[in-house]
Write a protein that binds this ligand. Structure first.
Ligand code: HEM
Length: 532
């Protein structure tokens, strides 16, 4: 130890500087050695050490990638720091990755990082589970719940109820009170995911209402405090996710600012785990005690799956039952996957309905033809299936502004793709937004035109991807459509909406586009102005 201290004290400032310069030189040499010797050299912005290609980025992330697509074509590379990402921007390029083959080498979401493990996601659930076999096991149960008979009906009933509640709170706020649609929809999706996964409300709508009004929702304050606690922990958990996926352990834990954000992420992880493990254990006890009437929420289905108590004839006794931690992983992923993209879709649809009154008029004509004059009539699954023009509006809106503009995938074994041989763990970015706006397949791709989805156009169908594809495609697709169509059916047939801003001020990061806030005002629908 003393020898080491003597050695350190004998190093002069000049020596340290030289050592530092030497290390920087080594880093740069290593970076460019790897760059110039990479396999399958593709075009893309020339990378700089540390920042990679990011020096070239001047726009929102999705807009930058669209620009690179125009410049370099439908397959190019971008360096994020020392990591090479291969961007694919054309629907046919996704085909092999979207395979339905369970033995496919393209089922992994992204390379395992110790950060996602520390956050408790790399080892469980479906979204970031780094072990493909484990992902298959979890995804099997996730699908089973979402495809169960009765699931859609339950989702429709709960959506009707939550949207009515939200409407009541908006009415109580008064007609001049601005409504931050983004925040309200965020709360709505948490209520919905909570009911669907645990069978219980989160009360996040009344809890939010109470923060805005002097009138108070008639719910016990202890319940609302628990609800706010849950929401705040989810917010902290989600916002810390990039820190755990991008920064290595020592930088995350010891670098000022990042250190605090890491601490917040870990605290929220522990709090969420405590909440959900508590709920799971309580439900297990209830189920054991009652030998009960089984409700069809996700939690009960996951606890009962592959147990002797489950008398479902489809049960697969080869698979073992799930542990509490596995169940928790799936439930947390439903919260993680469900809220953001659906909230974004509802907000952007509302925005376009205000900017394109002719489209709104057609939406309302369809809603009126399905629901008649009764503005308060709850919608059924059958009603929603008749809303073909609303579906075209949803498709066109998500085509133009997709919350999930890019999805990552890696190959678990070396394989051929698009004429190149890729070593295992090459990192691909499926840029769905690029495919959905590709000028070879879409006429005037930047125009907002829902009518393009009203024709039987096989070329468009072939080139349109919003929920991903193959075995990893979005399991919440049907649920999201129920929420979004339900929102349109409830609010657009009944209210006129005014935007309290000019431009849609969305943000865009590596994988997602999102809004932080979107203020609107609503007033009862004025048919006279609409059809004049
Ligand atoms: C408009 C709404 C939505 C959009 C645009 C959307 C889009 C996507 C996309 C593009 C993927 C990746 C698919 C792939 O890798 O090919 C995905 C995955 C996923 N989504 Fe959604 N989603 C939406 C709503 C939902 C909802 C409501 C849920 C709630 C259950 C959900 C849960 C998930 C989960 C858990 C995954 C990960 C699946 C896996 O990796 O196996 N999503 N979503």
């Amino acid at each position: 130890m003393a020898l080491f201290q003597n050695l350190l004290s004998s190093i002069s400032f000049n020596h340290s500087l030289n050592l530092l310069l030497f290390l920087v030189f080594l880093y740069i040499a290593d970076f460019y050695y790897k760059y110039f010797n990479r396999v399958n050299k593709l075009p893309g912005p020339f990378p700089l050490p540390i920042i990679g290609s990011l020096w070239n980025k001047r726009d929102r992330y999705n807009e930058w990638i669209l620009k690179l697509q125009r410049q370099y074509g439908d397959i190019f590379e971008v360096w994020l720091g020392p990591t090479r990402k291969i961007y694919l921007c054309r629907a046919e390029y996704f085909d092999k990755i979207h395979s339905l083959n369970t033995k496919s080498k393209w089922l992994s979401r992204m390379r395992a990082t110790e950060g996602t493990f520390e956050l408790g996601m790399g080892q469980r659930g479906v979204w970031l589970n780094a072990n493909v076999e484990d992902w298959k096991y979890n995804r099997h149960f996730f699908n089973q719940v979402m495809l169960a008979p009765g699931f859609n009906l339950k989702a429709v009933n709960a959506t009707n109820k939550m949207l009515k509640d939200m409407e009541q709170y908006w009415t109580m706020l008064g007609k001049d009170h601005p409504i931050d649609l983004c925040k309200w929809m965020g709360r709505f999706t948490i209520e919905m995911v909570s009911v669907i996964t645990t069978g219980k409300r989160s009360y996040s709508l009344p809890a939010y209402f109470n923060t805005l009004s002097t009138k108070k929702a008639d719910i016990l304050s202890s319940i609302l405090e628990d609800s706010e606690y849950l929401i705040k922990n989810f917010e902290k958990f989600f916002s810390s996710l990039p820190i755990f996926t991008i920064f290595p352990y020592y930088i995350r834990h010891y670098f000022p600012i990042l250190r605090n954000l890491t601490k917040i992420g870990l605290e929220s992880r522990d709090n969420l785990h405590n909440i959900f493990l508590g709920i799971i254990r309580e439900r297990r006890k209830e189920l054991e005690k009652n030998d009960c009437e089984v409700s069809n929420d996700m939690l009960t289905s996951l606890i009962m799956a592959n147990t002797k108590k489950n008398h479902d004839k489809d049960v697969n006794y080869d698979l073992r039952p799930m542990t509490d931690h596995e169940i928790m992983g799936n439930i947390l992923d439903a919260f993680l996957g469900g809220g953001g993209p659906s909230t974004f879709a509802v907000c952007v649809i509302t925005h376009y309905m205000c900017k394109y009154p002719k489209v709104l008029q057609k939406v309302r004509q369809e809603l009126d033809s399905v629901f008649g004059n009764d503005c308060n009539h709850p919608f059924t699954l059958d009603d929603l299936s008749k809303l073909k023009y609303c579906e075209a509006v949803i498709n066109e809106t998500i085509r133009v502004h997709n919350a999930a503009h890019t999805v990552p995938r890696e190959n678990t074994g070396s394989d051929e793709l698009l004429g190149y041989n890729w070593p295992a763990h090459s990192e691909f970015m499926l840029f769905y937004e690029g495919g959905n706006k590709h000028p070879d397949f879409w006429k005037n791709p930047e125009d907002y035109d829902p009518d393009r989805f009203m024709k039987e156009d096989m070329v468009l169908k072939r080139n349109f991807v919003i929920f991903g594809g193959g075995l990893r495609q979005c399991p919440g697709k049907k649920l999201a459509l129920i929420w979004i169509k339900g929102f349109m059916a409830t609010f657009l047939r009944k209210y006129d909406i005014t935007l309290m801003y000019d431009e849609l001020n969305f943000k865009s990061t590596l994988f997602k586009s999102y809004l932080e806030t979107m203020n609107i005002k609503i007033s009862p629908r004025n048919n006279a102005t609409l059809y004049s």
